[in-house]
Design a protein around this ligand. Structure first.
Ligand code: SAM
Length: 409
């Protein structure tokens, strides 16, 4: 018999034919009033499964927060308590899963029994770890089925023969704040066998690398390249040929004043696999954390990223192009050359009172910002302790910092 349930819900007595076939039914109880909940829970018979947010020994059914990615199912539950907490963990785990995991595992289902192809547990372990730590899981969702099967087959053959294929990831680590790593960068550095990193990559970011990965510091400091560029390129080739998953971790974005192109050119020439994972460049990170929008409808319709690294103190830069209204200039590596940069801009017609900001160690807890004008900024730097890495922002947009400096509010 139908019975009225609280809050307009209804309890329906199931037809006998159904209860005979499926003798256990499920009761969900959530009236909003724990005492009312308990009354309903206690009316359920011993064969009825009960879920309720109200704790009661008879309410034993739990609904975990779940992630479904093809054949992969992950459930998170907090013993029936705190569904928000379970959901938080589900979201965290979800971001760690590579985008192509479902397609990869679906392709594995149709591979059939792996034991007939890889006969020893060692071969199977090598295969699975190589597959799950390897590049396929990061891009299978963008590949055709036969391509995925081709890569899997190559891995099976390699594991059977005791070989594995390496790959290099050129990864941008962002400007410093570890929370500015991309989800993909985080995933990739957690998979690496070996990481080659620059001086500008913070220790908080290095702490996210897989614990047993080999770490190689390749320096890169102004006039002190601990390992010369051609040796870095060569090392990447050697490591990939050894079949390792290699991460080349660089500050900011690898393709913006990062010589990332040179590093992957050698890999391309050697026919090795590589991927590029972009990062937040210093201009984006520093401007955001300093409250200086690089473009703004009232002040700048374009932005120009410029290297301030002057060769032999000479100024072979197109200064005339830089001196345009409604444009923001961002100089990377410009701290040493700042007096030359400021005087050249004035010489080429930029107003001497054009606002300038220097953002040092941007996005880190040690971030400092000093402001001045083209005319005054070199003196300001002399009087204050501005330390590298420093980014120079020149343009009317710097004025907005007074209003938009959200970090120090
Ligand atoms: C060799 S370039 C590398 C740029 C990097 N690839 C990027 O996209 O940000 C190094 C310069 O970037 C700037 N830079 C990098 N990180 C910075 C930070 N956290 N704060 C301020 N400037 C930074 C400085 O101008 C530094 O001299």
């Amino acid at each position: 018999m139908p019975e009225d349930a609280p809050d307009g819900g209804r309890l329906e007595a199931l037809p006998k034919s159904l209860t005979d076939a499926f003798p256990v039914s499920l009761l969900l109880v959530e009236t909003g009033d724990p005492e009312e909940d308990i009354k309903w829970i206690e009316r359920a018979g011993p064969r009825v499964m009960v879920w309720s947010p109200t704790r009661h020994p008879m309410a034993r059914v739990q609904f975990p927060a779940t992630i479904n990615r093809g054949p992969l199912r992950i459930s998170v539950d907090t013993a029936g308590r705190w569904p928000t907490v379970a959901n938080w963990f589900r979201q965290k785990l979800d971001t760690l899963l590579p985008q192509g995991i479902a397609s990869t595992l679906e392709a594995m289902v149709s591979q059939g029994d792996l034991k007939s192809k890889l006969t020893t547990p060692h071969q199977r372990r090598t295969f699975w770890y190589g597959l799950l730590d390897g590049p396929l899981v990061n891009r299978a969702h963008q590949m055709a089925d036969d391509e995925i099967h081709g890569e899997i087959q190559a891995r099976i053959d390699a594991a059977a023969a005791g070989r594995s294929e390496g790959e290099v990831y050129l990864v941008g680590a962002g400007p410093g704040d570890p929370d500015l790593l991309t989800v993909k960068a985080l995933r990739v550095i957690a998979q690496a066998d070996v990481v080659l990193y620059d001086r500008l990559v913070s220790k908080e970011i290095l702490a996210r690398v897989r614990a047993d990965a080999e770490m190689i510091h390749v320096g890169k400091q102004r006039s002190n390249h601990t390992v010369p560029q051609d040796q870095i390129n060569q090392r990447l080739v050697e490591l990939a040929k050894e079949g390792r998953t290699v991460v080349r971790l660089k500050g900011g974005d690898p393709f913006i004043f990062g010589r990332g192109g040179e590093e992957i050119e050698s890999l391309a020439e050697a026919g090795l696999k590589f991927q590029v994972v972009p990062g937040i460049t210093a201009a984006s990170g520093c401007s955001a954390y300093a409250g200086i929008p690089l473009t703004h409808r009232d002040y700048a319709q374009s932005v120009r990223f410029v290297t301030g690294h002057l060769k032999n103190n000479t100024c072979d830069l197109p200064w005339n192009d830089f001196v345009q209204s409604n444009q923001t200039l961002v100089f990377y590596m410009g701290l040493v050359g700042l007096p030359v940069i400021a005087s050249e801009l004035i010489k080429h017609g930029m107003p001497a009172d054009m606002p300038v900001a220097l953002v040092s160690k941007g996005t880190t807890p040690e971030q400092t910002v000093v402001t001045g004008s083209l005319e005054s900024i070199a003196g300001v730097v002399e009087r204050s302790e501005v330390r590298a890495p420093t980014l120079i922002i020149v343009g009317e947009v710097v004025k907005l910092r007074g209003k938009l400096d959200w970090l120090n509010r």
